[in-house]
Write a protein that binds this ligand. Structure first.
Ligand code: HEM
Length: 229
């Protein structure tokens, strides 16, 4: 029988490369994230200094945890495939936070109330149980930063006349050309030795990562009136 007609072959189509499955599996969630009220206002440069401060406060915890786990789990092949010091965001976030806290006139607290951040950090730590989960979170944030993040950084800089101040989060001096970098990143994802079941689990975790981001935007969106210029 031709392999095309063999029901066993039809029932089990070739697995899509992991990077494609991750992108396709998160397309709808991506559109939702772009359209969340807080992100839409941020992308339109209408969020004030307090709003940017509170956004960065949340992501400081997220990136602190991801970058800590990147070191802690760095010997795991899946983690080693994606971790790169050129991507590290924590120092850039600290720098921006200092700028925006000062601009807002409200110092950045070390401790603050954010159930969405707490839930995000708790989920990130689950990668200690199975390291490839880390890859899903790493992809969701850093590939996003190298994509839409570049657009957001440029808009903020231009519209607010920042002359480079307060936008270190969006600048990757160690990655002058995001496009070939992202291609290489996707090739490394596709080369990971994961069974189809394990790949599906990673793709599922990408959805979770998008939901956790969405929850952060929803939380910020509740205070939107106080965050607009
Ligand atoms: C208003 C906000 C956003 C805009 C304007 C935006 C825009 C974009 C654009 C234009 C791309 C495609 C770039 C390319 O083809 O290389 C992209 C990719 C991506 N974005 Fe966003 N984005 C936004 C928010 C987000 C958020 C909040 C996340 C994560 C929570 C995210 C995660 C990603 C990821 C992971 C990719 C890579 C997709 C892939 O090629 O596999 N984005 N974004």
């Amino acid at each position: 029988m031709s392999p095309l007609l063999d029901p066993a072959v039809v029932a089990e189509p070739a697995t899509a490369p992991l990077s494609r499955a991750m992108r396709e599996g998160s397309q709808a969630a991506h559109t939702e994230a772009e359209n969340s009220s807080f992100m839409a206002e941020l992308t339109a440069a209408r969020v004030n200094a307090l709003g940017v401060r509170d956004y960065l406060l949340r992501y400081r915890e997220v990136y602190r945890t991801m970058e800590m786990l990147g070191t802690e789990l760095g010997a795991e092949p899946a983690v080693a495939a994606v971790v790169d010091p050129a991507l590290d965001r924590l120092p850039a976030i600290e720098e921006d936070l200092a700028y925006w806290a000062e601009a807002s006139g409200v110092p950045a607290p070390d401790v603050f109330h954010s159930p969405a951040t707490d839930a995000y950090v708790a989920q990130l730590l689950e990668a200690r149980t199975w390291a490839p989960l880390f890859v899903a979170h790493h992809y969701t944030r850093y590939l996003g930063d190298l994509s839409g993040g570049q657009v957001i950084g440029r808009v903020l800089d231009r519209e607010l006349g920042l002359a480079g101040r307060g936008t270190a989060f969006y600048a990757f001096p160690g990655i002058p050309k995001p496009k070939p970098y992202k291609d290489g990143y996707r090739a490394r994802l596709d080369a990971l030795e994961l069974t189809p079941g394990q790949q599906a689990r990673v793709v599922e975790e990408v959805s979770t990562a998008f939901e956790l981001n969405q929850a952060v935007f929803t939380e910020l969106g509740r205070d939107l009136a106080g965050y607009l210029r």
